[in-house]
Write a protein that binds this ligand. Sequence first.
Ligand SMILES: [Zn+2]
Length: 451
Amino acid sequence: MRIGRLLQGLVAAALVAPLGGCSEGPAVSARMEAPAASAARRLDLLAAQYVQLQLAIGKHEDGYIDAYYGPKAWATAAHSDPRDVPALRRAVARQRAALAELTLPLARDALLSRRLRFIDNMLVAADTRLRMMAGENLRFVDEARGLYAVEVRPRPLSAFDPVIAAIERLVPPARGSTATLAERVTALRNASNVPTARVRPFFEAAIAACRARTLAHITMPSDESFTLELVTGKTWGGYNYYQGGDHSLIQVNTDQPARLSRGLDLGCHEGYPGHHVLNTLIEVNLVKGRGWIEHSVQPLFSPQALLAEGSANYGIELAFPAHEKAAFETTTLAPLAGIDPALAQRNVALAALLEQLADVPTTIAQLFLDGEIGRMRAIELTQHYSLVDAARAAKSIAFAEQYRSYVINYSLGQMLVRRYVERVGGADPDKRWAAFAGLLSEPVLPSDLAP
Ligand SMILES: [Zn+2]
């Protein structure tokens, strides 16, 4: 768990216009009728209890609390008074019952109804995770529904065969070569590996470019900042640990060599307009702006994850539409990393096809975690369908073992966020950015993204 800076009072600082709703700032408005006003005050109280409950659940699992920057005393209390899993499940049920009692009194307030529904969905996820902590073995799609409030239908692997065939034609074997397609693709991609000595300046330049494009469209607090750290020995490629106070710690795992395309992918996903921007806007708009304390705690396995990973992935194509990403990589990042721009260019067409394999990890994770295939088969299938070498395939399966159905959030989340932004913003880039920024400033559930 990472405890950030303390919440420094509740300062009104809404930087981005909200999506809609009829309540303004403080939960209790003078114009509210008495039962609604009392229900709003009760909701504030339940939100505070909800945060303390999440912190107590976090005592049972390292990494469950992804970020927390609310009152320090609550974290201390969770530490000094541990409760067992059955007691925590009973507490979740009590909180959900108390929330249900507020549904009717708050029905005419769209914004507070949305607030209530968000906390309730987070409690459903918490209960699902507690069941898993107690040893319950859920099927992949049931686990995903419970934790992320979304229906997942993994595509059969055969659905990806046409993409694999297209890549076969793009990267044919050399005469007399017996190398597999995964080996040929890996060799081509490895030609654009960033030399170790240049990894830090490479990522710094990439993040700076993502930041500049984002700040042209989204207003961030003037003190926002991040720290970049290179680490090893992780199952993930990059991680954003939000610290509170508009600051992120961005870690890059260097177990595998970084490829040219990784720079903007990581810079946008972990930084701008991805996780760092989302977390900062949530703190500014919801926690400080509206006093919605429930957002000061971010449990990793929750419906928040779908918006977080989906917006972080979609943020790459929003900031760098396909041709602009390739152009920036070949003209700016390749020379900086000492990579031949001609080699980098060859990877562009390949990257577009590899994009179409983004759902592969979800399918393989489902087969593996539901016990339909073993680890060795999962690694083999990952090599074949994600076209990576054995080491990267093993990493991918290790990630599935550690984070389980969390893997759905990347490709499904990206698809849902893309459809939402393109529906609301149309083809106008400025309107797309505005729709995107609105999403990052509201308590959004996966069902809010549907038409
Ligand atoms: Zn992420």
